[in-house]
Design a protein around this ligand. Structure first.
Ligand code: FEO
Length: 169
């Protein structure tokens, strides 16, 4: 059974939200690089790539369900931030927002009686739990190093060790 137009439109909008996430984290990466935190810059690059993969995962799903992918304009992300702490706070806030969007999609799929989309979205529901936890962990680490440049240097080195996750599909 093909995907409904309503569900397809909603997923297309979410594809755009994932591309925006990718763009946002790429912008944060550039900011971190500009304040000489190459580890955070690397971490954000990996994050950006993961968001791109999320968008592609959804795009593939729409096509598998015989829907029509419609790519929308991607909004410009912020360029400047106050500090690396603010970058990570904004990351957590953004991930909470994305979790709300995923929950909304899931509710729509349930209302639509679209079981396949509900099953597909379960991966995203779990992913959002991870994404929020990771952002909270980094914020906690930043709070511990506050004001100590040696500790920040070490944390930056740890952030630089992040490896890319498995690509979507
Ligand atoms: Fe694809 Fe970070 O949500």
């Amino acid at each position: 059974m093909s995907i409904s137009d309503t569900m397809c439109d909603a997923i297309n909008r979410h594809i755009n939200a994932e591309f925006y996430s990718s763009y946002l984290y790429l912008s944060m990466s550039a900011f971190c690089d500009s304040i000489d935190l190459p580890g955070f810059a690397h971490w954000m690059r990996v994050q950006s790539r993961e968001e791109y993969d999320h968008a592609i995962r959804l795009l593939d799903y729409v096509q598998d369900r015989d829907g029509r992918v419609a790519l929308l304009p991607v909004e410009q992300p912020p360029i400047e931030f106050d500090s690396v702490e603010q970058v990570m706070e904004a990351t957590l806030a953004h991930e909470r927002h994305v979790s709300d969007l995923i929950n909304g999609l899931y509710a729509l799929a349930a209302q639509d009686g679209d079981f396949a989309t509900q099953v597909m979205l379960q991966w995203f529901v779990n992913e959002q739990v991870e994404e929020e936890k990771t952002a909270r962990d980094v914020i906690a680490a930043l709070r511990m190093v506050q004001g100590h440049s040696d500790a920040l240097l070490l944390l930056d080195r740890d952030m630089g060790a992040r490896t890319a996750g498995a690509p979507a599909a």
